[in-house]
Design a protein around this ligand. Sequence first.
Ligand code: HSE
Length: 308
Amino acid sequence: MDQIRIFAPASISNVGPGFDLMGFALEKPGDVISLKKNNLKSIRIYNKSDMPIPVDPEKNVAAVAIHAFLKEFHLEQGIDLFFEQKIKPGSGIGSSAASACAAVFGANELMETMLPLAQLIPAALKGEFIASGSIHADNIAPSMLGGLILVRSYEPLDIIQIPIPESLYYVVVHPDIVIKTAESRKIIAEQLSLKKALEQCGNIAGLVTGFTTSDYELIGRSLKDVIAEPVRAPFIPGYLELKHKIEQTGALGASISGSGPSVFALCDDMETAVKVSELMQFFFERINIECETYLSKISPLGARVIHQ
Ligand code: HSE
């Protein structure tokens, strides 16, 4: 095989209280990257998407991830990467994770190394590190594996699939502003009071229990974040007002997607999800910020081969 085309989905990370620990895969958007073998033993980037991305292999998330993959498994292969579709960087829906996952997943397929997907995650994380300045798997794991994910531990890496309740819908709005994850992580406090730690632990446990038992009311009650949301909210215009309105519309709850600016809501029926989506759209249009909304059930699918 000389060439392959891969889709890797966007993802919502943190999911309220699960800072760096929880994420889920979206149905769309996603990155589409074609990979082609070359004889030069080098990784070359060709950007055919409409987003600006670095073409220097040392600065490109996908190239760094492939380089880590080749090194980790003692492989030698030159690969050309053609970016065909790119999630907007700085959107808060896992743009860099999707690139890293598509690249490493694609290299594994192209070279027929047949490694299990979980073994590809450390290399993808090295790519993500270039963009965010930190190792966090709450976008990488869902973008690679699909579904709803808990990163139970980083050392060693322990990734758990959480059951997805049957009538759970997400709505995510991406307002057209950029927040760099690396910058947005610098404002998170290094230390946490015992009171806040307990609050966050209680809500993560409640959220996992809610998902596992399809207790929608418990999911809503647990969608609370005392670590990231309070310090990141001011960077999203109108965030607290929007969140209040989303809750009034009947959503289970709402929070910031990743490091923002995207905002997501969870709903237990399609009708409410549609209303929330219209509300989000109207909210940002009213303050003259263009936006895109996506509504679906959590996607059980992660990175995958697609055909023309
Ligand atoms: N958990 C990460 C953060 C996700 O909140 O910084 C970044 O997309």
